[in-house]
Design a protein around this ligand. Structure first.
Ligand code: MG
Length: 372
């Protein structure tokens, strides 16, 4: 299969509620949407790079740059036998994983549509429902946080993840455990701490969070292994894991007991599946992270999370939490039992509202072989 035409759309949509982490306070999401076309079939992908480079070095502008300058020209030359050929073809291009994932995921959707099967099936998914948790940003006060948790639990979610930042971590953990006796909750630090903070984490241990996500530097494994030996709360890595090799090394040295998988962070679905498989071989559970995706990225996450080792509830939540404006026809909802159905139609299994995307796009580019 050869790509015949690729369109890139840049969308900027306001969030219903501002989202604050230890790294940034976000009010809008800017996303590059990718539409690939071949022999009458179409596939869609969505970038997860943030407006500012606080989570990773990539932004919508670097995603566009890498796609136009290097990634698409390389892909237009390739004859793709299946979707895993994309990551092989792009293997020589270093970094730019979110840019690669944007088109790679669109090609998976296209191949699944050509085969007339759900993306989950092509990926090797075994679940028809995925386990849903919810990520809650830093709130103006502990009371506001507890109210937000209460509201989200009414929505059916199986666990909550609370963003923390220095000065608020112990208070958040203690107040949450006190207010919600048995609630499975976890904490996400987004790299805001160092090993010098080990006493803070020891104070969190008695509140029994399920795990603490990426407490130390975004590129670290060694210090996480040291912290893991010092505290009872299991560590889950997010930012530090870019590949199956990273996951293998992190597990081998005891830097992580659980892995958060985000296809965008690891360069696409083929890489995400390899991370999943390495973790499964080592008996390490994974869950599907979220980057406040619009509908297309959310759909991809739902299919990915249908793989068997996604044993813990992830951050894939109902579409309606995030945006007023939907770009798909069947927004995702959470059932009363805290699960979400994996779409059964071909590819990502949702209707992409193409006319709306064309209207909303603040930028559009069209690339073809030879003219890329
Ligand atoms: Mg995280």
């Amino acid at each position: 299969m050869r790509l015949e035409r690729v369109e890139l759309f840049v969308l900027r949509l306001p969030l219903k509620r501002a989202y604050e982490t230890s790294g940034a306070r976000e009010t809008h999401m800017t996303r590059v949407l990718c539409r690939v076309e071949s022999e009458g079939a179409v596939g869609w992908g969505e970038s997860v790079a943030g407006e500012s480079p606080w989570y990773s070095g990539e932004t919508p502008a670097t995603v566009l740059y890498a796609l136009e300058e290097f990634i698409l020209p390389e892909l237009f030359k390739a004859d793709l036998a299946d979707a895993t050929d994309v990551s092989r073809t792009l293997g020589w291009i270093r970094e730019h994983r979110m840019a690669k994932a944007t088109v790679e995921m669109a090609v998976w959707d296209l191949f699944a549509k050509r085969a007339n099967v759900p993306l989950a099936k092509l990926l090797g998914g075994t679940r028809d429902r995925i386990l849903c948790g919810v990520a809650i940003g830093i709130q103006p006060s502990v009371e506001a946080l507890l109210d937000t948790i209460r509201r989200e639990l009414e929505g059916g979610y199986l666990r909550v993840k609370l963003k923390i930042k220095p000065g608020l971590e112990v208070e958040i953990a203690e107040a949450t455990r006190k207010a919600f006796g048995d609630l499975p909750f976890m904490l996400d630090a987004n790299s805001a701490y160092t090993l010098a903070d080990v006493d803070l984490f020891k104070r969190i241990d008695p509140t029994r969070p399920m795990m603490i996500e990426q407490p130390l530097a975004y590129d670290d494994l060694i210090d996480h292994a040291a912290l893991g030996r010092a505290i009872a709360t299991p560590i889950c890595l997010d930012e530090s894991i870019h590949s199956a090799d990273d996951a293998r090394k992190a597990i081998a040295i005891g830097a992580t007991k659980i892995v958060n998988i985000k296809a965008g962070r690891v360069g696409g679905l083929a890489s995400a599946k390899r991370v999943h498989d390495v973790c499964a071989d080592q008996g390490v559970p994974v869950w599907c992270g979220g980057m406040l995706e619009m509908g297309i990225g959310r759909a991809h996450n739902v299919h990915l999370a249908s793989l068997p080792n996604f044993r813990l509830p992830g951050d894939v939540s109902a579409s309606a939490r995030y945006f007023e404006t939907e770009i798909i026809g069947e927004p995702f909802t959470v059932e009363r039992d805290g699960t979400m159905r994996v779409p059964k139609g071909p590819g990502i299994g949702v209707t992409v509202l193409e006319e709306r995307i064309r209207k909303l796009a603040v930028q559009r580019k069209e690339l073809r072989p030879g003219r890329a």
